[in-house]
Design a protein around this ligand. Sequence first.
Ligand SMILES: Cc1ncc(C[n+]2csc(CCOP(=O)(O)OP(=O)(O)O)c2C)c(N)n1
Ligand SMILES: [Mg+2]
Length: 387
Amino acid sequence: MSTDAHADRMTEVSDKFGITPEDYMLPARHMINLLDPDGTLRPQDKQGTEPGHEYPLPSPARLMEAYSALVTGRRVNDQNSALVRQGRMAVYPSSHGQEACQVAAALCLEEGDWLFPTYRDTVAVLTKGVAPMEVMTSFRGEWHCGYDPKAYNCAPMATPLTTQLLHAVGVAHAAKLRGENTVVVAMCGDGATSEGDFHEALNFAAVFNLPVIFFVQNNKYAISVPFSQQSAAPSLAHKAVGYGMAGERVDGNDLMALMSVMTRAVRLAREGNGPLLVEAHTYRMQAHTNADDDKRYREDSEVAEWKAKDPVIRIQSYLDDAGLLTEQAAADISQKAEAVAKTLRDGMNQDADTDPLELFEHVYSSKTPQMAEQQALLADELAREEA
Ligand SMILES: Cc1ncc(C[n+]2csc(CCOP(=O)(O)OP(=O)(O)O)c2C)c(N)n1
Ligand SMILES: [Mg+2]
C-alpha cells in the first residue's frame, strides 16, 4: 500500500465523522469519562467527548453483565492474594483496582475474536470464559499455559513484556488474509510501551491496516518505575498518531466509559478502519506482586487518593440510583462471585500433581551439559527425599 493510499484511507475514515484525519487520529482533548467517582452520569459537555469522538452508552443489560463480571473479578483478585498469603500459590500479580479495564477488554469482543493478555490480566482471561482453575495453572507453577488457547480464543498470559503484541498482530494478519472478520484485543501496561516490540507491533498493524485494538492499562507504575520516568509523550494515546492509527484516552476506573470506548473501537476495527490504541488511566492499588514492597517507592496518600476512585463502587452507585441493582440482582451477582472464589479455594488447596523434573523438558531439543548436570542433581535430591 502506498503512502498516498494510507492517507486516502485515513481521509475516508475521518470523513465518516466529519473531522480531519489528524483529529480522528489524535485522542480527544480530555480523557473520556462518563461517570463521576460518586457514580453520577456526567453532563455531555463534561464527558470528554467532542465531535468525532462520541460514545453511545451501553444498554442496561450490558452494563449489568459487565458489573457482574466486575464483582467476580474483584472477588477473584482478593481470593488469589489471600491464597498467596496462605502459601498455596507462589506469586500473583493482582489487578485490584483495574478490574473495570479487565472486564471491558474481554466483553467488547464477539465470538471468534481473540484476546492477548499479560500476567496481570487474570480477570480478563476469566471474563473471556476460561475455566478458573485453568487460568491459575501457570501461577501455580503446574504446567505452562494451563488452557487451550484455541478452545477459548485467548492467548497464554505473556510474562515477557510485549511479545504478545507481535503474536496478536500475526493472528490478525492471518485472519485478514483468510478473509475472516476477526478482531484482536492485545493488552499491555504503561511500562511495556517502552519496549521495541511495542513499536514493531503497532507499526506493522498500521501499515497492514489490521483489526487490532492495543489496550494499554496505564496503572502508573512499572514495578517501581513511576509513569513520569517512563514516557515524555503528552499521553500514551498520543503515540498512536505516529503510526497512523487512532488513539483514545479513557478513564480506566469508569466501567461505563470503558465499555463504550472499547465496543466502539472493536466496531471500527471490524469495519476495516484499521488498528486503534486505547489508553486506560487506572492505578495499581497493590504492590507489583507479593514479591515487592511498594512502600519503598510510593506514598500511602497517593494510594488513598485512588481508593476514592474505586471502579466497583462507582458503577454500583450508578446502578443503584438507576434502580437496576435490585436486592435480588445484587444477591445473585454476589453468589456467582462467591462460587468462583470457592472453586479457586478448593482447587488451590489440592496439591498440584507435578513432576519437578519436567522443568528440563522442552527447553532445547538436545540438553546442554549444564542442564543435564542440573537435571541429574535434582533427580538425585528428589530420590533422597523419597527414600
Ligand atoms: C522483556 C521483559 N523485560 C523485563 C521484564 C521484567 N518485568 C516484569 S513486569 C515489568 C514491569 C511492567 O510494567 P507495566 O508494563 O507497566 O505493567 P504492570 O506490571 O504495571 O501491569 C518488568 C520490567 C519482563 N517481564 N520482560
Ligand atoms: Mg504499569
